[in-house]
Ligand binder design. Structure first.
Ligand code: FE2
Length: 172
């Protein structure tokens, strides 16, 4: 049979991929990374909103701390999305898709008190860590080292940030 050079469909995520990870594993890993992207995006927006809306005697500390955290989260979403593309799938980018995929609650509409913000962010970082960790065995099984490496980096950041935030909640 003659080979065709014609592209399949314009909506096909990519031409045939042959990187040594089978189609179903690539799809499952991309799905897990999409959940990680949604969680990270939601936590980014929550943290940025808290940067804007924090009040009280800890204003300076938290306003500055949240800025560092939302900047890190913002920088993290691009490598996650591009790993999904490298696996041959589209990255979710609409608010509706991200809201459907995330395990986190949406940004509170009424800004909480400062320490309640901290508590919400601890839970958010812990939830994103769980989402990343859940995907690890599959990436491992498929010998998907780039995804495993990305997950390792994300786990280290979320666990460290959760510790730092949690430390603010210890009573003196
Ligand atoms: Fe700012």
């Amino acid at each position: 049979m003659a080979k065709t050079t014609k592209n399949v469909s314009t909506r096909s995520p990519s031409p045939r991929i042959n990187i040594g990870i089978n189609d179903s594993d690539r799809a499952a890993i991309a799905k897990g990374l999409s959940r990680l992207l949604a969680d990270t995006s939601t936590l980014y927006m929550t943290t940025h909103s808290f940067h804007w809306n924090v009040t009280g005697p800890m204003f300076n500390t938290l306003h500055t701390m949240f800025e560092g955290q939302y900047t890190e989260l913002w920088n993290a979403i691009d490598p996650i999305a591009e790993r999904i593309r490298s696996l041959g799938h589209f990255a979710p980018g609409s608010y509706a898709e991200l809201a459907a995929l995330t395990t986190l609650d949406d940004v509170p509409q009424e800004p909480p008190a400062a320490l309640e913000m901290v508590r919400i962010l601890v839970e958010g970082h812990e939830a994103v860590a769980r989402t990343a960790r859940e995907l690890f065995p599959l990436a491992d099984k498929a010998s998907d080292e780039p995804t495993a490496d990305l997950l390792t980096q994300r786990l280290a950041v979320h666990e460290q940030t959760a510790w730092m935030l949690r430390s603010l909640l210890v009573e003196q």
